[in-house]
Design a protein around this ligand. Sequence first.
Ligand code: SF4
Length: 249
Amino acid sequence: MRGRIHSIESFGTVDGPGIRFVIFFQGCPMRCQYCHNPDTWDPGLGTEYSADELIAEFERNRSYYRTGGITATGGEPMLQLDFLLELFEKAKQKNIHTCIDTSGITFQETNASYMEKLDKLMSFTDLILLDIKHIDPDGHKKLTGHSNNRILSFARYLDRIGKPVWIRHVVVSGITDHDEYLNALGRFIGSLGNVKALDVLPYHTMGAVKYQNLGIPYPLEGVEALPKEEALRAKKVILRSIKETRQGG
Ligand code: SF4
């Protein structure tokens, strides 16, 4: 089996614990307005690799990854479920820490054969980085082109199976920075028992140039980058709401 890979980063430091071999999978069904990797969207592009080739690349610098491992990101890595399953099964045979950075959009709770594969994939996965783009259903649709139903169901599934999760949330001025949304996000996260970390990131405009290069209009043209202090404030609101939810308040 061969997977379609957009690119590889040999020394990733922001996609999971330690120094990581980060594999950017090609293809994503979402269309997040602030996506800074629009070149990963088309599932037909990228370079084909076998799982063995990727593991061999990892092994070349294995000593660097002592506290890290492999992260599958993208694009949406779970779009290539069969390939990811093969890759992580092989990685676990070599005792490599495995992490998936996903939006959860491919989750199909009522599809038995999908769930069988997903359960198997989870048995080879140590950590999930789950992006929750917008807690409000309409806001999510507007921001990403999709409902957040599957994403929130995926989060609940991960809770049921006890899989450790780091949640990531990008705060965009005028879109996701309202306290109403931040509180609702906190209540949702507070209802889960498996969340180990929360990363709240300020929206930045560095992706805009890629849209120019691809000849696509930038959807958030005119929206300013969020100051770091605003992201910190948003994080405090979310954390307070998580705490209140856990205390039953
Ligand atoms: S899920 Fe990620 S790769 Fe896909 S459109 Fe959104 S930000 Fe871009």
